[in-house]
Design a protein around this ligand. Structure first.
Ligand code: ATP
Ligand code: MG
Length: 416
């Protein structure tokens, strides 16, 4: 394979930890390169998340070489050829070159190889089949660089066959189109996705969630979601997630306010559903309990919030919700639902009310009422509720003394 281009040295490539990992492999004569997402994103000047390395050496040999160099290594997926080196606290996923010998749409049986092109050929997209030596020589066996430049998301080989081998690739196609695509999606790939979409339900919820959540964080997630709905993809995944207009508006609001995209918040926006639909979506995507509860709270808010400049009303909402993050998310969704022009300054001010939460604590408790002579029992809770109601109506301003004063007043009213 000839060198296709040169990648200027990136900080993550020249970091002492990266150098140490490559030196350890090199010491044993193991040829190794950076592969996949880190090469692709570095070429585009985008931030690199995780670092994947591929090598000739079989996984046991990789472990030996790293350990001999004093680098900690974990056999994370040794049966599939993957180990994780932990060097200076940084993880490096190192995988032995592989080729597929058998695929069933969900899993692949792999064999190790020493052929870089074979390894690249089993990768999904041309832009994901790039590799790069530690000194920046880039290899591009399937035209990934030209595709990246053109914003063309394209399968390595025949789209239909590649999706049949692993149906997850259908979702990866749309996920990568959302983040790297420009213009019309590849027609051959789209036709294959349409045809093979009925196989999507065979995928595990975890894998579907991984792709959909990454897709949802893209700036054009709503447009790609619409594209997927139009191709009959979503009907097999999340038939209740159809409100792409609301997702469009949420994305615009997040962008205008400089708020980091959050997939659960975006999923809540696109879900055209109430509790039962959200529960189905949470189940289908195997959301964690925390994510499920957040999703439910977002589609069925415990308090109706509006992006108003009435700080007192907002504080009351915040107090009832009792969670600053959820309060902010609900405001963003309310803003996405809001008809007509949105006052961003007012919305920003409304969001900042979340910072008041630590101060919204009723300054008295049941034991204060006991000390004032209220007998233990339901009367304590009832009186506390009345005082709380007054304190909320006074915009949470009254302090402990004022609350105790009201308590004394109420005690005085009580029939003896
Ligand atoms: P990200 O930055 O989102 O992590 P990535 O390209 O690193 O992007 P991963 O899902 O981490 O994506 O996968 C790492 C690499 O493994 C990909 O670049 C691709 O070469 C290959 N790959 C991952 N999943 C598949 C798949 N289902 N079929 C074929 N190749 C795959
Ligand atoms: Mg990755």
């Amino acid at each position: 394979m000839t060198v296709a281009a040169r990648l200027s040295p990136q900080p993550w490539m020249t970091a002492p930890e990266s150098r140490a990992v490559f030196a350890a492999l090199d010491a044993g004569g193991a040829d190794a390169r950076f592969v996949g997402g880190c090469v692709r994103d570095a070429w585009l000047g985008r931030p690199v998340k995780d670092i994947d390395i591929a090598t000739h050496a079989p996984p046991e040999r990789v472990m030996d070489l790293l350990e001999a160099a004093g680098i900690r290594v974990i056999p994370t997926g040794i049966a599939h050829g993957t180990v994780t080196a932990l060097c200076g606290g940084k993880p490096y996923e190192i995988t032995t070159l592989r080729r597929d010998v058998e695929t069933d749409g969900r899993h692949a049986r792999v064999e190790f190889t020493d052929d870089w092109v074979e390894d690249a050929a089993r990768r999904d997209l041309t832009m994901n089949a790039l590799s790069c030596t530690p000194d920046g020589a880039m290899f591009d066996p399937f035209g990934g660089l030209a595709d990246l430049a053109a914003g063309r998301v394209r399968f390595v080989g025949e789209a239909r066959r590649r999706i049949e081998e692993d149906v997850l690739r259908l979702l990866r196609f749309f996920r990568f189109h959302a983040h790297y695509g420009r213009g019309e999606p590849d027609a051959e790939a789209l036709a294959a996705c349409r045809e093979l979409a009925p196989r999507l339900p065979t995928l595990s919820g975890e894998r579907v969630r991984g792709e959909l959540f990454r897709l949802l964080t893209a700036p054009c997630a709503a447009a790609v979601w619409r594209l997927m709905m139009g191709q009959g993809i979503m009907a097999h995944l999340l038939p209740e997630a159809m409100d792409t207009g609301r997702l469009d508006r949420l994305i615009a609001v997040e962008r205008d306010l400089g708020i980091t995209p959050d997939p659960t918040r975006r999923l809540a926006a696109v879900l055209d559903s109430d509790r039962p639909g959200a529960l189905l979506a949470a189940e289908a995507l195997r959301l964690s309990n925390h994510e499920r509860d957040r999703l439910l709270a977002l589609v069925e808010p415990p308090v109706a919030l509006a992006p108003t400049d009435d700080r007192k009303a907002l504080r009351q909402g915040l107090y009832r919700i009792g969670d600053g993050e959820l309060f902010g998310d609900l405001l963003l969704i309310a803003a996405a639902i809001h008809d007509g022009p949105l006052d961003l300054t007012a919305l920003r001010a409304a969001m900042s009310v979340a910072g008041d939460l630590p101060n919204l604590r009723l300054p008295i408790a049941g034991r204060d009422l006991l000390e004032l002579g209220i007998p233990r029992g339901p009367a304590v809770g009832e009186m506390l509720k009345r005082i709380e109601g007054w304190w909320i109506a006074e915009d949470f301003q009254p302090g402990r003394d004022a609350c105790l004063e009201v308590a004394r007043g109420l005690i005085g009213e009580r029939p003896s």
